[in-house]
Every structure is written in C-alpha cells, then in structure tokens.
Ligand binder design. Structure first.
Ligand code: UD1
Ligand code: UDP
Length: 384
C-alpha cells in the first residue's frame, strides 16, 4: 500500500482551530489510510477559552508542535512565526501545508511553505473586502497568490480569483505557477451542521446565563477597526443600549480579549450605563457548542466577526454587520444581513428594519455540508 500523504495544518487564531476540526474529522473518518495530518499551532491565540477549549470539545488532535508565539505587532508576530514554521517544515518535509482564512498565522504558514517549494493549500481562498486597511485583506491576497490548491467557499470567491488572473476550470493537479482553484462550499457550514445536535445535547449556556429562547440578541466585536478607536467602540455600545431599551431584550456579549482590553478607553458615561444595565450581559469568550446554542436561540446577531455573520445565516437569524463592507456579500445581497459599520444611527435603523422583515430566504450559498470531504479527496488525488 502507498504511504499516506503528509499534511501539515497551520492554525493559530480561534476561528482556524474551529475550522481545522472539519478537515481533521474527515481525515479520521474517511481518509486515515491516505492522509496523515500534523497540526502546528503558532500560539497566536493562547488563552484557555481562545484555544485549548476547542481542542477538547471539538475532538481536534493535539498539535504536534506549538510555537507559543503569542501576541505582538504584525511584523514581529508574523516574523517569529515564519522562522519557527520554516524549521518545522524542513524537519517534517510534508507533501503540503494547509492554511486557513486570513490571519497572521495564515500568511506565515503560506510564505514559509512556498519558499521551501512545499505546495500551499489555502482553505477559504478568494474572499475579498477590497479594503486594504484590513490586515486580513493583505494576508488573504498574498496567501492566494502563493498557493497551489485554492479552495473557495463561494461563487463570489471564484469570481474574485478569476478577476485576479487565476484559471478557475477546477483542474488539478496544480503547482505554485499553475494553481488549481475549486469552489467547494464552506467548511464552517460542515461544522455548524455537525456540531448543532451535539450543542443541543451538551450546552447549558442558556441556563447558565439565564436566557430564554428568542429573548436576547447576540453580539460580538473584535475587529481592530472597531476596538482600536474608542469613539467607534463607544458608538457601538451606545447603539446596543438603545436597542436594549427599545426591544426590552437582553444583549449577550461574549467579549474577545482584544475588546476587553480596550473597554476602559470608551467614554466613562457610556461604560457606566452599560455596567448598570442588567440586561447587557458581558461574558468571557464561550466554547463553540455554547456559541451555537446562543446563535440558534438569539432573535438577532450583531457582529463584526466573519464567522458569526455566516453562522447567523446557517441558523437562519438576521444579522447586523458592524463593518463598512463584508467578504460574505451574498448574505447582504439576499437581504439576510445589513451593513451598519460602527455607526449608532445605522445600527439602530438596521435593527428596526430587520425586526420587521418577514420574507427571509436561505439559498444554499455555502455548499452542502461536505466541503471537508471534497477538499480531502482533492488532496489525495491532486498532490504529487
Ligand atoms: C486575529 C486575526 C483576525 C481574526 C481574529 C479571530 C490577524 C491579523 N488577526 O485578530 O483576522 O478575525 O484573530 O479572533 O491575524 N489576546 C489575548 N489572548 C489571546 C489572544 C489575543 O489576550 O489568546 C489579546 C492580546 O492583547 C492581543 C490582542 O488580543 O494583542 C489581539 O490578538 P491578535 O491575535 O493579534 O489579533 P486578533 O484581534 O485576535
Ligand atoms: N466563537 C466562539 N466563541 C465565542 C465567539 C466566537 O466559539 O465566544 C466562534 C464563532 O462561532 C466562530 C468563530 O469563533 O466560529 C469566529 O471567530 P472570530 O469571531 O474570533 O473570528 P473571525 O471569524 O472574525 O475571523
């Protein structure tokens, strides 16, 4: 029998750890003879509830390596990752390196691999905000152009790649000079379907936070464009206060550590009103099974997270996007979500519009829940 192909999966930030569970599960259940996975954690996220928690609850194999890089300025953080990853790739000699999304761990993994002539597999390729002030936009464009196999979740992603000169015929095997592009659906749709019933069985978050189904709005904030400008963060909180008052619903905010660290920069008067309002429930970050329970039972989701925007769609909830634009354009074009930036007036107006809307539709923009199997099949067949 042929040796399995050795794949190194690079992860670092919370959403990548969650995404990686879909591929690890597909390898374990369907491709254990053909694919061998070594997980490398850069250590970009390191708090228990931003990292370790997910390995346990999502049954992700423990990383073979953890670089423990931690937080830092973009250059320093990415540079340290690059150096550490290069050593591991040289020692392990993988047949390919998988990177996810658009974080500093993504760009470091792709750059270290391509310079060693190791094929880069980019999962979540082709997404664009057309806003290069976002660090993620730089990371994803650069990563796509270093990749050998590009897996895009959406039709829009495929079109974006075609406009940048990629051939999108979907023919392997591909090389760095002649990459192969596939539209395969979203592995996070796979995960949301898979973990939905497990969340129903295991999550106690509604009881723990004393929440009733339909009686709360879920909100997350972590983009640097919002957290690093006190007036923008303040404007979002002012909007949440107004929505709480006009709706009477609770607002549940699992706070990203970045946001928690910036809270005290918000105007004291706003902070005081938030603290005094018992219906604004701030918590530490929660696990994926808990976040699914919150998403399924919220009346609406307000977020600047890429992941939450789509999960709102998967669980058929309206969404207010706290950004000027999104890479997940289909949910806005289809009327499931509204862009409101960090503008109090727009956020409140979006709430009022979405709460009255009763003709939502949910076309299958994100595939059939089998993206991870599709990707693994291509890895088996396309990699030399
Ligand atoms: C990173 C990604 C972003 C992604 C997000 C997911 C980049 C450039 N950004 O943003 O695309 O949407 O992850 O959550 O890669 N911190 C902790 N504990 C942790 C992790 C972070 O306290 O475990 C704090 C530190 O103060 C740190 C700050 O959060 O400086 C920001 O962390 P960092 O990983 O640099 O960026 P994120 O905002 O998390
Ligand atoms: N998430 C989680 N716990 C939380 C908040 C988010 O498990 O307290 C999950 C969420 O369901 C999604 C992913 O983390 O799958 C999104 O990560 P994040 O918002 O940090 O990053 P982004 O998707 O914007 O890159």
């Amino acid at each position: 029998m042929k040796n399995p192909k050795k794949i190194i999966t690079v992860i670092g930030a919370r959403p990548q750890i969650i995404k990686a569970s879909a591929i690890s599960r597909a390898i374990q259940t369907t491709f254990p003879e053909q694919l061998q996975e070594v997980i490398v954690h850069t250590g970009q996220h390191y708090d228990e509830n931003m990292s370790a928690l997910f390995f346990e609850e999502l049954h992700i194999p423990q990383p073979g390596y953890n670089l423990n890089i931690g937080s830092g300025l973009h250059g320093a953080q990415t540079g340290k990752m690059l150096e550490g990853l290069e050593q591991i790739f040289i020692a392990e000699r993988p047949d390919a390196v998988i990177v996810y999304g658009d974080t500093n761990s993504t760009i470091a993994g792709a750059l270290a691999a391509v310079k060693l002539h190791i094929p880069v597999v980019h999962i979540e390729a082709g997404l664009r905000s057309f806003n290069k002030s976002m660090p993620e936009e730089i990371n994803r464009i650069a990563c796509d152009h270093m990749s050998t196999l590009l897996f895009t979740p959406t039709r829009t992603g495929l079109e974006n790649l075609e406009k940048e000169g990629f051939s999108v015929e979907g023919t392997g095997p591909g090389s760095a000079d002649n990459p192969a592009v596939y539209q395969c659906g979203d592995i996070m749709y796979d995960n949301s379907l898979y973990f939905s019933t497990i969340s129903d069985e295991r999550s106690s978050v509604l009881t723990d936070l004393n929440l009733k189904p339909g009686d709360f709005v879920l909100c997350t904030i972590h983009r640097d464009a919002n957290t690093d400008h006190a007036e923008k963060l303040g404007s979002i909180f002012e909007a949440l206060l107004e929505i709480q008052q006009l709706s009477g619903k609770k607002i549940v905010l699992p706070l990203h550590p970045r946001t928690k660290g910036k809270l005290n920069e918000v105007k004291e008067e706003t902070l005081q009103r938030i603290r005094e309002n018992a219906s604004i429930v701030m918590t530490d970050p929660v696990g994926f099974l808990d976040v699914i329970a919150l998403e399924k039972n919220a009346s609406m989701i307000i977020t600047d997270s890429g992941g939450l925007q789509k999960e709102a769609y998967f669980f058929r909830k309206p969404c207010i996007i706290l950004r000027p634009q999104t890479e997940w354009v289909e949910i806005v074009e289809n009327g499931n979500a509204l862009l409101a930036d960090a503008d109090k007036t727009k956020i409140v107006a979006a709430y009022n519009r979405l709460i009255q809307k009763d003709d939502f539709t949910f076309p299958a923009f994100y595939g059939d829940g089998r993206a991870a199997f599709f990707i693994c099949e291509k890895l088996v067949n396309d990699l030399k």
